[in-house]
Write a new protein. Structure first.
Length: 255
């Protein structure tokens, strides 16, 4: 079995695959100072929920945007998982040409999403990942990674608003009753939900115009469910897009 691990700045998403079948997946908070021993305890506990153990894992593939944790997950692989596995990076055979100025700048999560989206659509596409940042990653009809957009994420904006505006409270993310907020809470919710939905629609329209092709937009990420229902330009939502991308890259790298 393959253990696919997507380490984001806020959350870590883990998927357990048997060939191309996703048997189970879990999310937990990303602790940036976790050690390899602490990480393996979490992974072991998750596997036990399926009556499995570390010995059942034949290989691991990790996408990590937290440099310190990349080293710790490599230790997990070497010490506890038999050494079979990989960290997504420029040396892997992904099957996707990267057409940006410096391919080394491309985050592993963005490349993984782009590969998964193109594999799913088979044509021009845009992956929109709602995480700590909102990433828009554009793939041509020929399957080339062209670049994209990075904007501040929803939770970052909420935290900044409450910290920099003394009279405004930190609110939970929830759908407003209407665009015209009847209270401070509803006004903030409207600004966040409808504001980000407008941003997503506006950027997708602009990206499609520059691309010159009718690209399919696929949303993913932990906060997609809060924004996408209010968007008009998003075609599909797939919470498992990154995990599937990790599986695809692993299979390609082994061939």
């Amino acid at each position: 079995m393959l253990l696919a691990i997507d380490v984001g700045n806020t959350q870590t998403h883990v998927g357990l695959f048997s060939d191309d079948e996703l048997l189970e997946h879990w999310r937990f908070h990303t602790a940036r100072v976790a050690t390899a021993d602490e990480l393996v305890l979490v992974l072991s506990a998750l596997l036990q929920l399926r009556d499995l153990g570390l010995s059942d894992v034949e290989a691991t593939i990790v996408s990590c945007v937290v440099p310190a944790l990349a080293q710790e997950y490599d230790q997990v692989r070497q010490r506890y998982l038999g050494g079979m596995g990989a960290l997504v990076g420029p040396s892997m055979r992904t099957g996707m040409a990267i057409r940006i100025d410096d391919p080394r700048e491309l985050g592993a999560d963005r490349l993984v999403n782009a590969i998964a989206a193109y594999e799913r659509v088979g044509g021009p596409c845009i992956a929109v990942d709602f995480g700590t940042a909102i990433n828009y990653d554009v793939v041509s009809g020929e399957g080339e990674y062209l670049g994209g957009v990075i904007s501040p994420g929803i939770e970052i904006s909420l935290e900044a608003l409450s910290q920099r505006a003394a009279a405004l409270p930190k609110v939970r993310l929830g759908p407003p009753r209407a665009a015209i907020g009847r209270s401070t809470l509803e006004a903030i919710q409207s600004g966040v939900i409808f504001g980000y939905a407008a941003q997503v629609d506006g950027l997708l329209a602009r990206l499609r115009e520059e691309l010159g092709e009718e690209a399919t937009a696929i949303a993913t990420g932990g906060l997609a469910a809060a924004i996408v229902p209010h968007c008009e330009q998003v075609d599909e939502t797939d919470d498992l897009l990154t995990l599937q991308g990790l599986r695809i890259i692993w299979e390609r790298d082994q061939s």
